[in-house]
Ligand binder design. Structure first.
Ligand code: SF4
Length: 459
């Protein structure tokens, strides 16, 4: 690959949301409950196919956490992306079911990779990362809803800030049919305990599963945002595809299952996107499966763009976050930078959520904060200022970019709300590498409360 020219950023959308994502893969291991019928088992990390780029990379590095991080950072540097604010994403199976020692070693390996230095233990590695060149500003773990609540403390000890749950479809009949090994009850429970502990929550959703249909998918999708037991902060929509070595493949060849056609998916997506509220971000639509492994199902990777272009043409404005982010709207021409503060209140998992935004008059999003009120504690679940990722310490050149005080503005508004709600303190679920930032705002690392590490300030 040719190196980019000076100042050219390869694949700019990778860091357009302000953070550089580093995905790492787990070594192959079967899930304890068995196999969901749509999940391929191919001697590579569970649910992935050989030849997918992230699998190939990880395999060539023996799935070693340290080596994967070092190699991805090098690749980003070559492509001219900033590498000082990193989001780590652990993919490929149910991490929290791996042996405990493996989990701790893997996480330590990730921080060591960022620190470019081997620490004595996890706690030292995290400490070093607080001021290292490549800081971990967020850490994401993917898991099943039934392998979640009892590991809350451990995930905090790991420095995890976001959890992605395999939810697929909130329908007990379908869960049974596809052998998920859990029900809707577990989704509700996992969502609640994650939320109360301050995690950002993502759902993976799968329309087109056996036992469902377009109407049912849409009905339950609506329920996800109308029933306060759910309401995720972000979603990925992966329409069901038929992959080799899955039970679904057998059903497909026997004529007992048919995936949705691209036209059906497109129609469904239009309806889904229209109802997603402003506090939710659609992270991704469609899974990219190497074509030789796709037995049946849509291959339209660009479908999201087509759907959004159509909606734009018809003057339908979407509310979901990614659609409104400044990074994705910059190219649209003149950008109004008269910024205002916007507050949205909603109920979720038995508590109150405040979604705070900095937007312009066209509703373009420059920054956001999620505040939950739990037992007289204000819990900041996310603070994000959008725009092409800037280097730490580099002042934003344009109004509305990172480091121009939008984060501070949002934090001050959150503190005001928490005080009004009679909270005695405010806590932030901060990535290890952002602790320094909060220290400057008067927050201190909570101590004496075991492994539940938050940045904290008395009000
Ligand atoms: S839980 Fe996820 S990784 Fe495990 S078998 Fe089911 S789909 Fe595959």
């Amino acid at each position: 690959m040719l190196n980019p020219k000076i100042n050219e950023i390869r694949k700019p959308t990778k860091t357009i949301s302000g953070i550089t994502p580093v995905a790492v893969m787990l070594p192959p291991r079967k899930c304890k409950h068995g196999n969901c019928i749509y999940c391929p088992s191919m001697n590579v990390p569970q649910s992935y196919t050989p030849k997918s780029p992230v699998v190939l990379r990880a395999k060539s590095l023996d799935y070693d956490a340290y080596k994967q991080v070092v190699s991805r950072i090098k690749a980003f540097e070559i492509m001219n992306h900033p590498t000082d604010k990193i989001e780590l994403i652990i993919m490929g199976g149910t991490f929290l079911e791996y042996p405990e020692k493996f989990q701790y070693d893997f996480i330590k390996g990730l921080y060591d990779g960022l620190n470019e230095k081997i620490s004595k233990n996890l706690s030292e590695a995290k400490k070093v990362n607080e001021s290292s060149k490549h800081r971990c500003v967020a850490l994401c773990i993917e898991t099943r809803p039934d392998v979640c609540c009892k590991f809350i403390e451990r995930m905090r000890e790991f420095g995890c800030t976001r959890v992605e749950l395999g939810v697929q479809l909130i329908d007990d009949k379908v869960y049974k049919l596809v052998k998920r090994g859990h029900g809707v009850k577990e989704v509700i429970l996992a969502t609640k305990c994650l939320r109360n502990a301050g995690f950002k929550i993502g759902y993976h959703l799968m329309p087109g599963l056996p036992g469902s249909n377009l109407q049912n998918d849409l009905k339950l999708f609506k329920k996800i945002f109308s029933d306060e037991s759910f309401k995720p902060d972000q979603i990925k929509i992966y329409p069901c595809q038929v992959l080799p070595n899955s039970e679904l493949e057998k059903l497909y060849w026997e004529g007992k299952y048919k995936p949705y056609t691209p036209a059906e998916i497109q129609k469904l997506l239009v309806e889904m996107l229209k109802i997603i509220p402003r506090y939710c971000r659609v992270m991704r639509i469609m899974r990219e499966i190497p074509l030789e492994y796709l037995i049946a199902g849509s291959k339209e990777i660009g479908i999201r763009k087509d759907v959004e272009d159509d909606l734009r043409k018809n003057k339908v404005k979407l509310k979901e976050i990614r659609y409104r982010e400044i990074g994705f709207n910059k190219s649209a021409g003149y950008l109004n930078t008269d910024l205002k503060f916007k507050k949205t209140e909603y109920k979720a998992s038995g508590g109150k959520e405040y979604f705070l935004e900095i937007v312009n008059k066209d509703d373009i999003l420059f920054g956001l904060l999620r505040l939950r009120i739990v037992d007289q504690i204000g819990m900041v679940r996310e603070l994000h200022v959008y725009g092409q990722s800037l280097k730490l310490g580099e002042g934003g050149k344009e109004k509305g970019q990172q480091h121009t005080g939008l984060g501070k503005w949002l934090m001050e508004e959150a503190e005001k709300i928490a005080k009004k709600e009679k909270c005695k303190e405010i806590k932030v679920i901060s990535g290890v590498g952002v602790r320094e930032y909060y220290k400057k705002l008067g927050y201190i690392l909570e101590d004496g409360k075991g492994k539940m590490e938050y940045m904290r300030k008395e009000l």
